[in-house]
Design a protein around this ligand. Structure first.
Ligand SMILES: NC(=O)C1=CN([C@@H]2O[C@H](COP(=O)(O)OP(=O)(O)OC[C@H]3O[C@@H](n4cnc5c(N)ncnc54)[C@H](OP(=O)(O)O)[C@@H]3O)[C@@H](O)[C@H]2O)C=CC1
Ligand SMILES: CC(=O)C(=O)O
Ligand SMILES: [Mg+2]
Length: 604
């Protein structure tokens, strides 16, 4: 193992080699085998997104033997060559066969496919991540459409629900109320110092599954593995964090295997102080440019945290902003199928929380940008229904602040289907977290009003989806353009195959984050979200449209992410928020060159 310029602990099985700089450079340049796609610098793409390369150290550490086999970042398992086995004291610790990474991948995919229970696949993937990180990312990248539902929604939802009983080794950083006053010290316990992206949750709104407390850790871990696999951000710069302020989930509080604090959630001042200490400690420890992605906070905290820290930190709320950007992209793309402009459409949401109001606002902004009409005016064609019915002006006094802009003049309407009949939307978006709410009557109402109704069932995981793909296509008699938060298989209806798209913020956040990193952006702005949407929409091909798709397939996601990153970075430069100067000429190429690739390196 070669560890440069860092805190490498010298363990008994570690030999330290001291070299002159010139010799070190020679060794390094011949040492790394480029895995494809990364920049060809001395460090390989592992450090490509770092601020600058510092080539000062005169030593590197070579861990060997069992220590090397147990280090997931450097372990290659049977792929260690004969020469490496000699050089690193691995003789006898491995069986004689030498496999290349492709053969390892083939074997692993074969084994993975033997598991019929998705959770078992998830656990096998987590085991692999902790055993051989490069192989984990190699198989995730190469089999992204097959494995996304395993490491991400829907399976990650079940994994979080059962996190206590499937818990093996800790992943990520846990910051609980017990660490109040010591958060900076806790951050310093994390072995990596060059952190570029943190995904943090407090576990209160995990997908549409509600409060899972500390067990929400599966979400930051999963999201960050997508940062690497889909966006090319190197794994060592990603930090998953769960803030544990307790849980109000009685089932978990009474579960003997629950891994979190066994108390009700802290709220008010106690909550705010812990979060504030966390935000200050992150900036102090990692600097101004670390991206903090808020994930799956309940809406009574999410909007306030975003507003509070967006002027002092590089913060991004994936559920509000990432979801908005992915849905806007789908809408822009859908105009190829339904014609007209965004301003010609009428939008109705079931669910007026983070996702719903976040999307609504970005649509209003985009229409305002396109038509030059004030956003107060462009909001008028966007309507939302919450658990109490249509959001109308007579409810203004009791509405949460984020719903108020959507309280238009209308008589109260309780049921979704009646709201559809009254508002006559062309687009129906489900963001309620409640499954089966797009009933046959709802879909039929949309199909009776529109030749091609656009129906997005965004809620995750699959159990919470507002309807299935099959329901959307059959109840609309094949008229619907449909996409969902969690994936569905293609559906055959009356001899025609309909391919549903996946409207999930996973299309956006990896490329969005990469764009912030490569430009050295210091703040997130709405214009960057619009730029990301436009880049994603531009990646939908005629072949995709011909299948009724409004999103490109995930199999192209790294190329898509590079385009998103480039557009986001370009916007950061345009807005004067980028700190990496000079601006690279070709931002797409630059983004691609910065991406981590999981091919093995040769160790001398
Ligand atoms: N596809 C994707 O990329 C994403 C999907 N999501 C999914 O969206 C869902 C919602 O997330 P989020 O917006 O953050 O959650 P929130 O809790 O912020 O909002 C949920 C909204 O749904 C409303 N609601 C709840 N039950 C009903 C019901 N029976 N009828 C009508 N409205 C109802 C709530 O009403 P009230 O305010 O009255 O309580 C609230 O307005 C989750 O399932 C999540 O997984 C989220 C982000 C990204
Ligand atoms: C996808 C996502 O972020 C969610 O469902 O919360
Ligand atoms: Mg989320």
């Amino acid at each position: 193992m070669i560890s440069l310029n860092r805190y490498s602990v010298l363990e008994p099985t570690t030999t330290r080699v001291v070299l002159g700089v010139r010799k070190l450079l020679a060794v390094m340049s011949s040492t790394f085998m480029n895995g494809g796609g990364g920049v060809r610098d001395l460090y390989g793409e592992d450090r490509a997104t770092e601020d600058q390369l510092i080539i000062t150290p005169r030593s590197f550490s070579v861990s060997s033997g069992c220590t090397l086999l147990r280090d997931p970042r450097y372990n290659k398992g049977l792929a260690f060559t004969e020469r490496e086995r000699d050089a690193h004291y691995l003789r006898g610790l491995l069986p004689p066969a030498v496999f290349n990474q492709e053969l390892q991948e083939k074997r692993l995919m074969h084994n993975l496919r033997q598991y019929e229970v998705p959770l078992h696949r998830y656990m096998a993937m987590m085991d692999l991540q902790e055993r051989n990180e490069r192989l984990f990312y190699k198989i995730l990248i190469d089999n992204v459409e097959e494995l996304l539902p395993v490491v991400y929604t829907p399976t990650v939802g079940e994994a979080c629900q059962k996190y206590g009983s499937i818990f093996r080794r800790p992943q990520g950083l846990y910051i609980s109320l017990k660490e109040k006053g010591k958060i900076l010290e806790v951050l310093k316990n994390w072995p990596e110092k060059n952190i570029q992206v943190i995904v943090v949750t407090d576990g209160e709104r995990i997908l549409g599954l509600g409060d899972l407390g500390c067990q929400g850790m599966g979400i930051p871990v999963g999201k960050l593995s997508l940062y690497t696999a889909l966006g090319g951000v190197r794994p060592s710069s990603c930090l998953p964090i769960t803030i544990d302020v307790g849980t109000n989930n009685e089932k978990l509080l009474n579960d003997e295997f629950y891994i979190g604090l066994r108390q009700k959630r802290a709220t008010g001042k106690e909550y705010a102080e812990l979060l504030d200490e966390f935000m200050r400690a992150v900036k102090q420890n990692y600097g101004e440019k670390v991206l903090i992605q808020f994930e799956d906070f309940a809406n009574h905290n999410a909007f306030d945290l975003l507003a509070k820290y967006s002027s002092s930190h590089l913060v991004f709320n994936d559920d509000i902003q990432g979801t908005a950007s992915v849905v806007l992209a789908g809408l822009l793309a859908s105009l190829k199928l339904v014609r007209g402009t965004l301003a010609d459409h009428t939008f109705l949401f079931l669910g007026a929380g983070e996702a719903g109001t976040g999307i609504a606002e970005l649509i209003a902004l985009e229409i305002s940008k396109q038509t030059k009409a004030p956003v107060e005016e462009t909001r008028q064609k966007i309507w939302l229904v919450d658990s109490k019915g249509l959001i109308v002006s007579s409810r203004l006094g009791s509405l949460q602040h984020f719903k108020k802009p959507w309280a238009h003049e209308h008589e109260p309407v309780k049921e979704l289907v009646d709201a559809i009949k009254a508002i006559k939307p062309t687009v129906l978006i489900g963001s309620s977290g409640v499954g089966k709410t797009f009933t046959k009557e709802v879909i039929e109402a949309m199909a009776s009003l529109n030749k091609k109704p656009l129906i997005l069932a965004l809620s995750n995981p699959t159990s919470q989806s507002e309807c299935t793909a099959e329901e959307a296509y059959t109840w609309s008699k094949g008229q619907a353009i449909f996409a969902s938060g969690s994936p569905f298989d293609p559906v055959e209806y009356e001899g025609k195959v309909f391919v549903p798209g996946q409207a999930n913020n996973a299309y956006i956040f990896p490329g969005f984050g990469l764009g912030l990193i490569i430009s050295g952006a210091i703040r997130v702005r709405d214009e960057m979200l619009l730029a990301a949407s436009e880049a994603l929409a531009a990646q939908v091909s005629q072949e995709n449209y011909d299948k009724g798709l409004i999103y490109p397939p995930f199999s192209n996601i790294r190329k898509i992410s590079a385009h998103i990153a480039a557009n986001v970075a370009a916007k950061a430069y345009e807005l004067g928020l980028a700190s990496h100067l000079p601006r690279p000429k070709d931002l797409v190429k630059y983004a691609e060159s910065c991406m981590y690739s999981p091919g093995y390196r040769n160790y001398r």
